[in-house]
Write a protein of this length. Structure first.
Length: 163
């Protein structure tokens, strides 16, 4: 396996391939479809509507997965802190209960975020499927003097249309 040269090695005159980089630091332009395991490479041109929908669905699944991880971790930490607050010295129990409440707030925020994202996705789908909205342009043709006279006489617009 050949070492990948770090971009700063040439700047600092370091031997290429000697700087270690974390594997997580490497950024790729690929998405893995969790349903099929297929690797999808993002294109920049010629994207069809089907490919765009598939990519959006995969990203939505990733976001949902991350929110699930946050929620489950926060709930686990809440339960542990809640249990701990009942077992420790009473003078420390209040602080542990506060920490448990903070974890519960994080879990609640994760659920709220999930609801918001689902609402926004549904709203976007509805706006995509809607056709152009109907526009009703009501045109009133009247003389300025007649209009002012009718406004001050408190007559209705229907009187203007009939004249």
């Amino acid at each position: 396996m050949s070492a990948i040269p770090h971009p700063l090695e040439s700047i600092f005159n370091i031997e290429p391939g000697t700087t270690h980089t974390a594997a997580a630091a490497l950024v790729t332009n690929e998405i893995v479809d969790p349903a099929t395991g297929e690797v999808i490479i993002r294109k920049t041109e010629g994207i069809t509507e089907v490919e765009l929908d598939k990519e959006e669905r995969i990203e939505d699944l990733k976001i949902d997965g991350q929110i699930d991880v946050i929620h489950s971790a926060a709930m686990t930490a809440f339960e542990a802190q809640s249990r701990l607050s009942q077992e420790v010295d009473p003078k420390f129990a209040a602080r542990n209960a506060e920490v448990a409440a903070q974890y519960l707030k994080i879990a609640l925020d994760a659920v709220g975020t999930r609801v918001d994202t689902k609402y926004k996705r549904a709203k976007i789908k509805l706006t995509k499927n809607e056709g152009p909205r109907s526009v009703q342009n009501n045109l009133i043709v009247a003389d300025r003097n007649e209009l002012l006279k009718n406004l001050f006489d408190k007559t209705s617009v229907s009187d203007l249309e009939s004249s």
